[in-house]
Design a protein around this ligand. Structure first.
Ligand SMILES: *Cc1c(COP(=O)(O)O)cnc(C)c1O
Length: 461
């Protein structure tokens, strides 16, 4: 029996947005036109959009009110100072460099810290993060614990840094070739898996002994804080608002995609502790993003962001409902006998496509094929996170072959109801029943960079 969900969302709906109800015939044609890539579908052809939780949140009445109060001054906008105060209070960073979104911050950070030939260890890669590290001449090396690569492992903190792997990297390349380690909270590519506070503290201590900076990818740090509260000894009595700055205290700075935790549709920032580094970042900012008091954001965007940031930690109810909804969907899918990454993470349910389609060769892209099949079945839009997303090795030209071959069902914040989740679970179960009919895919177009966004495929007969 399903455990009783004895709570509901801490909000009610004030405005509704109609969504398209499509037919199977229509979806089959749309899938072909999109080359079996859900990134290439028009949203009008989508019923329930679980492509991403990026920029898809519903803003609150307070945030919408903030849009009207945004100060659009080119320099020294009041809304910028509101944002500076919010970042200092909520995350604890003093130096704020606003950017248009997360990758803008990653670009600036990589350019100011990485030299040709440098090594950047990280707890698994994220697509845009790794791109910017390589674009700046560096090379990413994975130092996440082995459990992260095993979808069945129920380790409570699968995002942890493996300090032995990190030490081996430092021994091999020398600390002077490692400007910083990139530590991601609630590791996206591992299935939204958290890092423990103890691991963050140990990583910071180790890195500081070796003069290596610790840069946080704080995109999902609030979700990570929730898992620390739920799972790590000593944190059950602390609020999310207390745990979050403690996470940041073990870092020298952070890149942030505010399109996730921060409950806005666009925005991001680079936060730093060292004023000298911040000065370098601002010098590049004016060339690539905008003046240092708006980065890539309008005044109204900064106002909504400052408010969203405070809202996400104002009480623990928001994050409990957010992750509760993800876990509700995960439980329904698992109860249908379908393997997912365990434990269910903070922002998405990741279906193990390699387990669902065990006879399909990885080079036929099982997760891409399963994602397309779910869309055709119900209009639910998911995303591939496997061999297609991993791209090619720049040296050998061969596919990178991650252990995980996943379909990601990502839940936007405060957007869909429990009934939508029921429909999603029913569709996934129906496709799983008929999985023998799913055919493998091959590229008809493969872009050189971040190929998963715009690649096109056809079925292999
Ligand atoms: C989304 C995301 C980014 C990139 O941010 P954008 O705002 O999409 O540019 C970086 N890191 C992680 C972990 C993310 O989820």
């Amino acid at each position: 029996m399903t455990e009783r969900r004895s709570w509901a969302e801490p909000w009610k709906i004030k405005m509704v947005e109609p969504i398209t109800m499509t037919t199977r015939e229509h979806r089959a044609a749309a899938n072909l036109a999109a080359g079996f890539n859900t990134f290439l579908l028009a949203s009008d052809d989508v019923y329930i959009d679980l492509l991403t939780d990026s920029g898809t949140s519903a803003m609150s009445e307070n945030q919408w009110a903030g849009l009207m109060l945004g100060d659009e001054a080119y320099a020294g906008s009041r809304s910028f100072y509101h944002l500076v105060d919010a970042v200092a209070e909520v995350y604890g960073y003093e130096e704020l460099v606003p950017t248009h979104q997360g990758r803008g911050a990653e670009h600036i950070l990589s350019q100011i810290l990485i030299s040709e030939g440098d090594i950047i260890p990280g707890n698994m890669y994220f697509t845009t993060t790794k791109f910017h590290q390589e674009y700046a001449g560096g090379r990413f090396v994975d130092v996440i614990i082995d459990e992260a690569h095993d979808p069945a492992s129920t380790h409570p903190f699968k995002g942890n840094v493996d300090l032995d792997k990190l030490a081996a990297v430092v021994d091999e390349f020398g600390a002077e070739r490692i400007p910083y380690i990139s530590v991601e909270t609630n590791v996206n590519m591992a299935g939204g898996q958290p890092v423990s506070m103890a691991n963050l503290a140990a990583t910071y201590e180790y890195c500081h002994r070796h003069d290596i900076l610790v840069m946080l990818d704080a995109t999902r740090a609030v979700e990570n804080a929730y898992f620390i509260q739920q799972r790590e000894p000593g944190y059950a009595g602390k609020s999310i608002a207390e745990i979050l700055p403690e996470i940041c205290s073990y870092t020298d700075g952070a890149t942030m995609s505010s399109k996730k935790d921060n409950l806005v549709n666009i925005g991001g920032f680079l936060a730093l502790r060292d004023p000298e580094l911040a000065r370098k970042a601002r010098a590049l900012l004016v060339a690539f993003e905008g003046l240092h008091t708006y980065g890539g954001m309008a005044g109204r965007d900064m106002e909504a962001l400052a408010r969203g940031m405070r809202e996400m930690v104002a009480t623990d109810d928001h994050i409990r409902a957010r992750i509760g909804q993800v876990h509700y969907l995960g439980r329904l899918i698992n109860e249908a006998g379908i393997a997912t990454v365990q434990p269910i993470g903070g922002h998405a349910v990741f279906i193990d496509a390699a387990a669902a389609l065990p006879d399909m060769p990885r080079d036929h892209f099982p997760a891409q094929a399963l994602t397309a099949a779910i869309y055709v079945d119900s209009g639910v839009r998911a995303m591939e996170r496997g061999i297609v997303s991993a791209g090619r090795n720049p040296e050998t030209g061969d596919h990178n072959r991650p252990k995980l071959e996943l379909v990601r069902l990502t839940i936007p914040r405060r957007v869909y109801t429990q009934a939508h989740m029921d429909v999603v679970a029913e569709s996934v179960a129906a496709v799983y029943e008929q999985r023998g009919q799913i055919k493998g895919l091959r590229f008809t177009y493969e872009p050189p960079e971040l190929r998963f966004f715009q690649a096109r495929f056809e079925e292999i007969d």
